[in-house]
Structures are given as structure tokens and as C-alpha cells.
Design a protein around this ligand. Structure first.
Ligand code: RIB
Length: 290
């Protein structure tokens, strides 16, 4: 089987700061590093490192060919990443001494993915494949509809969160992953708690507290996180999602896939950076936690 990821690709400019800047504040960074990033690219790399065959559907500008090449090096199938006439997306990421972040996004080419390119890519998919997308690209609704029509397992990682964007794709979803705050915002917008959403599988990630899985019509199941010293939480949620989906794609029961994803996310928060530093399956399996 395969995982199809309609996903963003960004150049992540990561600034190390003593604290996150307040409005009007000028703050000198103590470091700057450039990484491959984007929630989509991070998920593709995570799923590929977890052993899945990942086909990324996306777009970069002429300035982003390095990003496509890097995804290929990391084992992602990049034949459906188009080169378009718009600059590649980028993110300005501030990380403070506690590992917390703030992110400014410039969508660029991620918003220039055409519906035709999406349809052409998905014409190679097979029923039972997984389709994942996030809220950083164009063509999300088309993806959700086509995924459903083709019998794919349609998964939405609802970040960056917009209640309207989730509501538009909700009828087509088999799988929804969102964090605690997003779940609350969605409940305010729809009056539906995670357990009541019309989606087979809902996972609410709880940061350092782990994750809660809501199988439709059944009791929720809690999974605790591993206790680690976080240096950078950026991309940990994306790593979790990529690992969960890879586990499902490889036939794991959901509980096993979530436990493995928790291990991967725990390792990820101990590493500064995004896609380039996502742990591989060997590291995830070998890790020893308290
Ligand atoms: O989730 C982290 C990601 O969000 C970063 O890689 C950045 O590019 C933004 O998309």
C-alpha cells in the first residue's frame, strides 16, 4: 500500500532565542539554522523513515529544487512534486530556551498546487491506500472528495487549525488528528466533542501528556507520552502523524501505531530542527525512556 500526502514543503529558518518575542520587541537570535520543513514534508519524511512508501503531492518554486532532492534522498517518492512559477514556501521559526516555538508561514508554492495535478497524481492510487493532507496547501477539498471517491483512507491533520477548513472536509474523513486546543475550538464551532465527530478514528494529541484515541462509537483510549527533556517541539506533531499513518499502512493495530508514534515524537523533541532530524525506525525502536 502507499501513503499519498498532499503536503506543504517549506524552507524552515530556525532562530534560537532566549524567549519568544513580545509585540514591538526587537530581539537578537543566538543562532540560525535552515532545515527542510513544512508540515507536509515533515509527515512524508516521518512516514518514509517509519518504513512506508510515501508519494508526496506538492509544489516548489525554482528556488526549492533542493527541497525536492532532499525529500528524494530521504526516501520519499517525489514524482508528483511540481515546479511552479511561485517561490517555495518558507517558515520563520523562533525557538526559545524551553523548546517552545512560534511560526510565521509564507505559503508560496504550497498554495499553487493545482486540482489537475492532484487528480493526475491520485489516478495512480489504489483503494485502501492512505491519503493525508494538512491545512497548508491548496486543493484540500478536492483531495478529500477524490480520496473518498477512490476508496482511500482519508486523513486530515488539522494544522494550522481553522474550524472552517475542518468543517469543509469533515464529511469525507476517515481519520482526524488534532491537538487539545484545536479539539476544543472545533467543539465550539460544531458543538461536537471528539467522541461525537462523524469520523471513524479521531486522535487528540496532548503534548507532554500523550494522546487520546477516539474510535467511533467506542470508549476513548489514553496513551501516555515518554518523559524527556525537550529542546525543540517543532515538528513533533508531524512526526507523530507520519508514524501513526505508517503503522496503519503496515497493518499495525492502532494502539501499536500510536505507541510507536509516541516514541518517535519523544525522540523528535530532543532534537533541534525539522524534517532533517526526524528519527528513523531503528532509533525509535532502540530508544530507552525513563
Ligand atoms: O509543524 C512544523 C512545521 O510547521 C514547520 O516545519 C514549518 O514549516 C511549518 O509548516
Amino acid at each position: 500500500m502507499a501513503i499519498w500526502n498532499l503536503g506543504s514543503i517549506n524552507a524552515d529558518m530556525v532562530y534560537s532565542l532566549p524567549h519568544l518575542p513580545a509585540p514591538g520587541e526587537t530581539l537578537a537570535a543566538s543562532g540560525l539554522q535552515k532545515f527542510l520543513g513544512g508540515k507536509g514534508a515533515n509527515m512524508s519524511v516521518a512516514a518514509a523513515r517509519a518504513g512506508a512508501h510515501v508519494r508526496h503531492i506538492g509544489a516548489v518554486g525554482a528556488d526549492g529544487l533542493w527541497a525536492r532532492e532532499r525529500l528524494t534522498e530521504y526516501g520519499v517518492d517525489t514524482r508528483n512534486i511540481a515546479q511552479v512559477d511561485t517561490p517555495t514556501g518558507h517558515a520563520i521559526i523562533a525557538v526559545d530556551a524551553q523548546g517552545e516555538n512560534l511560526i510565521i508561514l509564507y505559503p508560496g508554492a504550497n498554495h499553487a498546487i493545482g486540482a489537475d495535478a492532484l487528480s493526475e497524481a491520485l489516478s495512480d492510487s489504489n483503494a485502501g491506500d492512505i491519503l493525508v493532507f494538512q491545512n497548508e496547501t491548496s486543493a484540500q477539498i478536492q483531495a478529500a472528495k477524490q480520496g473518498r471517491e477512490r476508496g482511500l483512507i482519508v486523513c486530515y491533520a488539522a494544522a494550522p487549525f481553522s474550524a472552517g477548513a475542518v468543517q469543509e472536509v469533515l464529511p469525507y474523513l476517515d481519520f482526524l488528528i488534532l491537538n487539545e486546543v484545536e479539539a476544543e475550538q472545533l467543539q465550539q464551532a460544531t458543538s461536537l466533542a471528539p467522541a461525537d465527530l462523524p469520523v471513524e478514528h479521531v486522535i487528540v494529541t496532548l503534548g507532554s501528556k500523550g494522546a487520546r484515541y477516539f474510535p467511533r462509537g467506542q470508549m476513548a483510549v489514553d496513551f501516555s507520552a515518554h518523559r524527556v527533556q525537550a529542546v525543540d517541539t517543532t515538528g513533533a506533531g508531524d512526526t507523530f502523524t507520519g508514524y501513526v499513518l505508517a503503522g496503519i499502512d503496515r497493518g499495525m493495530p492502532m494502539a501499536q501505531a500510536i505507541k510507536q508514534a509516541n516514541r518517535a515524537a519523544a525522540l523528535m523533541v530532543m532534537r533541534p530542527g525539522t524534517a532533517d532530524v526526524i528519527p528513523d525506525l531503528k532509533d525509535v525502536r532502540a530508544a530507552v525512556f525513563d
